[in-house]
Design a protein around this ligand. Structure first.
Ligand SMILES: Cc1cc2nc3c(=O)[nH]c(=O)nc-3n(C[C@H](O)[C@H](O)[C@H](O)COP(=O)(O)OP(=O)(O)OC[C@H]3O[C@@H](n4cnc5c(N)ncnc54)[C@H](O)[C@@H]3O)c2cc1C
Length: 310
């Protein structure tokens, strides 16, 4: 996510030059196991901070030249086959999965899974966030991508966020500070979302259940289910649908190696089992090229591509 250009001396194994932390360092961890596509190389180091203080200590004391990147649930990521050099941070400890409910709001840690919101909404009769429960991933990733569906997105329901910057300084910011817009955000690369406070609306259990069920059914009918994918591959160009452009341009049956366009929704790419990240990225680039040739429109990746080629 944020990179510094100085080179690490090849003699120093990365683990040896990182600060001592209370959290965990995992070496050479396969990122295929941390992403929905199930492809990609290793993280040189994965760091799982114990809590905010541990993360702040790490950020303040790590060598400036070590590249850092943060991942959430990996449901919007394509990690390249050469993996990610440096440190990949994952807010996966219980501290970052805490939830607290107040009058008209709910605060969720960045590592909390969107789908786990359901039980809090039902138990506390909180409406307005049902859409988020159907989006894979965790809260931090969903803020970064301004995730949305069924007519709502994170920016519509967010009151404030707690973030930490690259120097380990914590601050509270608003949706405006994060520059949220359609499936994107515009905030400094070294900001890490720690928690989010969403506004809620009073609702009955029946109303919430009905919406959750409608959303579940809609997805089951129209989107690939139980498959290795990262959701919509390309953003919808203004006033248009990416899937319509893909279909119209004759790309709906395209495949490369183990990667193919979903038969159910042609803006979803699928790893059929043995795809490499290269297969998936090449397929995506071929679609962009074909759609451009046919329609003069350039599709923009919605999926975040990270890491280096093999
Ligand atoms: C089947 C399927 C259906 C989907 N449907 C939708 C949908 O309807 N609407 C939609 O918007 N998306 C959808 N997606 C895409 C994806 O689920 C969302 O973008 C989701 O919000 C990504 O969250 P994540 O935790 O998996 O983030 P990741 O994929 O892990 O990361 C996404 C980005 O967020 C950054 N990031 C992660 N955590 C943090 C943090 N704490 N602080 C700062 N940056 C961070 C990462 O660096 C990366 O740039 C779908 C995906 C799948 C697989």
């Amino acid at each position: 996510m944020f990179r510094f250009r100085l080179k690490i001396r090849p003699k120093d194994p990365l683990i040896k030059i990182l600060p001592e932390v209370r959290g965990r360092y995992l070496q050479n961890i396969s990122l295929a196991r941390h992403t929905w596509f199930g492809v990609g190389g290793n993280a040189e180091i994965m760091y799982i901070p114990e809590d905010t203080e541990d993360l702040a200590h790490f950020l303040r004391n790590k060598p400036r030249n070590v590249p850092l990147c943060i991942i959430g649930g990996g449901s919007n990521l394509l990690v390249r086959d050469g993996g990610i050099p440096g440190v990949v941070i994952k807010l996966d400890s219980p501290h970052f999965k805490k939830v607290s409910v107040g009058e008209g709001f709910i605060t969720c840690g960045a590592g909390f899974r969107n789908t786990d919101l359901k039980k809090y909404l039902l138990r506390n009769k909180l409406g307005g966030l049902e859409f988020l429960c159907s989006i894979p991933g965790v809260i931090g990733g969903s803020v970064k991508t301004n995730a949305g569906c069924f007519g709502r997105e994170v920016g519509d329901v967010m009151l404030r966020a707690e973030i930490i910057n690259g120097e380990g300084k914590i601050q509270t910011v608003t949706a405006k500070d994060l520059g949220l817009s359609y499936r994107s955000s515009l905030f400094p690369e070294d900001w890490i979302i720690l928690s989010i406070t969403f506004k809620t609306e009073p609702a009955t259990e029946e109303e919430i259940s009905r919406k959750l069920e409608e959303h579940r059914q809609y997805r089951r009918e129209r989107q690939p289910y139980n498959q290795k994918t990262a959701g919509s591959t390309f953003k919808n160009p203004e006033g248009l649908k990416a899937w319509e452009l893909i279909k119209k341009s004759g790309c709906a049956e395209m495949s490369v190696g183990g990667a193919k366009v979903s038969e159910k929704h042609c803006n979803f790419l699928i790893n059929t089992g043995n795809a490499t990240a290269k297969d998936i990225e090449t397929l995506g680039e071929m679609i962009i090229q074909k759609v451009r040739q046919e329609t003069f429109i350039t599709l923009e990746w919605e999926i975040k591509r990270l890491g280096i080629e093999k």
